[in-house]
Design a protein around this ligand. Structure first.
Ligand SMILES: C[S@@+](CC[C@H](N)C(=O)[O-])C[C@H]1O[C@@H](n2cnc3c(N)ncnc32)[C@H](O)[C@@H]1O
Length: 215
């Protein structure tokens, strides 16, 4: 092939190639078989994807947060888990209890949970399906993906839209002031743990007298 023929071969820019690669990687990920039915709600059954800032709670922490949400929601209560899939999974493991639970999440692998999965991107805080109505959840628990004021502010917009009052938040200790400003929550004594050790200190916050022992 001569140089001039070579020039005629259509070429993709590095940007287009990277976008194509990302598309195929995402498609491959979505096509992977889901977990077995009996393990469907086990915390950690869907592997962490660090590109999405995923850090799963330890089983004990997921249980404690789920128990708190059930107790705060009351009989027949509605619980929204915003970017907190492990709490949703733990709630579903305890499905004998009298409550309903929904997961608002960006990672579409969690769509295996059917109608209880709601696609959600914190960048579009109120871009939610019509079925998710304002102030329709007794408890909202959120764990935003990033430790930034912008991410917390936008997540807070969603949380305030969803909640009838009670809010639980898990995020870094460094976000204490921002959490108080955006959601009126206070730091709890209970310290959440993750399956892997995180570099940042994590804490729970609440806006009501929770069993997580807040100041
Ligand atoms: C720090 S993790 C919190 C998970 C929690 N520790 C648990 O075990 O359930 C952040 C969560 O935000 C989700 N996430 C990532 N990007 C997001 C986005 N753009 N909008 C909403 N959620 C997002 C991740 O998939 C992940 O579930």
């Amino acid at each position: 092939m001569t140089d001039s023929e070579d020039d005629d071969v259509p070429q993709l820019s590095a940007y287009a190639l990277a976008a194509l690669q990302e598309f195929y990687t995402e498609r491959q990920r979505q096509q992977q078989p889901g977990p077995d039915e009996d393990k469907k709600f086990t915390v950690g059954v869907i592997e962490e994807d660090w590109q999405l800032s995923q850090f799963w709670y330890s089983d004990e922490t997921a249980s404690r947060l789920a128990a708190e949400a059930i107790s705060a929601a009351g009989k027949g209560g509605r619980i929204a888990c915003v970017s907190a899939p492990s709490v949703y999974q733990k709630l579903r493991e305890l499905s004998g209890e009298n409550f309903s639970a929904y997961l608002l999440e960006y990672d579409r692998r969690f769509a295996i949970y059917g109608e209880e999965f709601v696609f959600y991107d914190y960048n579009n805080p109120l871009n939610l399906p019509e079925t998710v109505t304002a102030h329709s959840f007794d408890v909202v628990i959120a764990d935003p993906p990033y430790l930034s004021d912008e991410c917390l502010r936008k997540t807070a917009e969603t949380v305030k839209y969803l909640t009838r009052g009670k809010i639980l938040l898990c995020t870094g200790a460094v976000m204490e002031e921002a959490a108080a400003k955006h959601l009126g929550v206070k730091m709890c004594h209970f310290v959440p743990r993750h399956t892997r050790n995180l570099a940042n200190e994590f804490r729970c916050y609440a806006n009501y007298a929770s069993g997580l022992e807040c100041d």
